[in-house]
Design a protein around this ligand. Structure first.
Ligand SMILES: Cc1ncc(COP(=O)(O)O)c(C=O)c1O
Length: 426
């Protein structure tokens, strides 16, 4: 059968961004079954024993409680499982001195779903035909934003300003406020903080500036906090989560050990939460109640935030240190390579200025020496502008072992050295 696809059908049946590259990676791994690859492409978090144990314990508690049947044998409220909503309210009110109530919370099947709801509830064409944009204020950003809108022309992102430290081969992206446009044509704003792929953390001041710009036009700002405190707390630099007004704090339990259970949490003002909730009811009713029930226990007991701080954060921070130290030793000194400041998340981001080949070609050459990284171009969703920088970056996952990361970076350094000397790879 080969049914006709609608415009939306076409749009949604394409693999966007990094998922298209993942297909190439899976095919490589399958084609070369006998070959050992160091896979530094993964976005799947590491299964840390303490984290797995936490979820096992919460599950055992749930199984032995009278709540079990109510949890798994029943539909529930679209807004979320009440004990989880209550646990979030209590934790956040205490931790951040907020005044949240049930109307401020929505539980979704993963945070990706929240961005899909928001991108289509606030971005796209209004009933009078006006195009409302989904603004990504700093590109590169999460590749998944590339597929969230049913109206691709609604997605707009902005080139960043670059702060470069040539002596230490380091750099950092900053939002370019001289270019950023948030006005009556903006439907919503989305950015990740800490950022996947770069590890950037927008400063509190930068976030406040963006929310203030958007507030003037009553535009919701979705702050993708998939790596932020209090869990998984994958920030290696101080940052304050932003709540209230037009800011929607969006969390994920995926990097806190529960990606399979699909739990995202949005915290915001009632009208926005209601709009997102209706979208969710129409689309999928609600998130898995089993996942929500174990999450409620882990949050209410304080165990999740404690494990995030004491286990999850140090694990990835140490991986970044290994990567940074290895690159500092192994990379050719005369090549203009730059590592983005490692301020959080589970990735490192490399920029090769004046790279003689494309990021895709570099990825292929690195694959030849048994190392898989991710070419950077797919992390610029919504950036139409032709900008050479888009083809000069790589994302490296911090989910491998120390040895794999160090070996992988040494092999990468050799390839980079050859590429800049224009010596063909063997
Ligand atoms: C920045 C960012 N946002 C959202 C997501 C999606 O997370 P979830 O599993 O909660 O849908 C990811 C997943 O990798 C991510 O890196």
């Amino acid at each position: 059968m080969n049914p006709d696809l609608t415009r939306f059908g076409e749009q949604m049946s394409h693999l966007t961004g990094v998922r298209a590259i993942m297909k190439d990676i899976i095919e490589t791994l399958e084609a070369d079954r006998g070959r050992e690859f160091i896979n530094l492409s993964a976005g799947n978090p590491v299964i840390l024993p303490e984290v797995e144990q936490l979820w096992r314990d919460c599950t055992a508690e749930l199984l032995s409680s009278s709540e079990y049947g109510e949890v798994v044998c029943r539909y529930g409220s679209s807004q979320g499982y009440q004990p989880l909503i209550d646990a979030v309210i209590e934790d956040f009110n205490k931790r951040y001195g907020l005044n949240l109530n049930s109307h401020n919370i929505l539980i979704a099947p993963g945070s990706q779903a929240i961005y899909f709801f928001a991108a289509n509830a606030f971005g796209g064409y209004t009933s009078d035909g006006t195009l409302k944009k989904i603004v990504l204020p700093l590109s590169p950003d999460y590749t998944g934003y590339g597929g969230v809108s049913l109206v691709p022309e609604a997605l707009v992102s902005y080139k960043p300003a670059l702060e470069v430290d040539p002596l230490h081969h380091q750099f950092k992206y900053r939002p370019d406020f001289s270019q950023l446009e948030i006005d009556e044509t903006t439907g919503c704003v989305i950015f990740s903080r800490p950022c996947n792929p770069t590890g950037n953390v927008l400063t509190d001041e930068e976030v406040n500036k963006i929310t203030a710009l958007a507030n003037a036009f009553d535009v919701p700002v979705l702050i993708d906090s998939a790596y932020a405190p209090p869990f998984p707390a994958l920030n290696f630099t101080a940052m304050t989560p932003v709540f209230g007004g037009n800011a929607i704090h969006c969390m994920s339990l995926s990097k806190a050990g529960l990606p399979g259970e699909r739990i995202g949490i949005a915290i915001g003002e009632k009208p926005v939460i209601q709009a997102l909730q209706s979208f969710q009811t129409n689309l999928c009713i609600h998130s898995s109640r089993y996942g929500q029930a174990i999450a409620a226990r882990a949050i209410a007991s304080g165990a999740l935030s404690e494990i995030a701080l004491n286990v999850i954060r140090p694990h990835y921070q140490q991986k970044f240190d290994v990567l940074e130290d290895t690159l500092a030793q192994a990379m050719p000194k005369d090549v203009p390579w730059f590592l983005h400041r490692g301020e959080g998340a589970i990735f490192a981001w490399l920029w090769f200025r004046d790279l003689p080949i494309t990021d895709w070609e570099l990825y292929q050459q690195i694959k030849e020496v048994g190392v898989i990284v991710v070419p950077g171009e797919s992390f610029f969703p919504g950036l139409q502008e032709d900008w050479s920088h888009k083809k000069q970056c790589l994302r490296v996952s911090l989910t491998a072992t120390n040895l794999e990361i160090a070996t992988g970076m040494r092999r990468l350094a050799e390839i980079v050295d050859r590429v800049y000397q224009r010596v063909p790879a063997v």
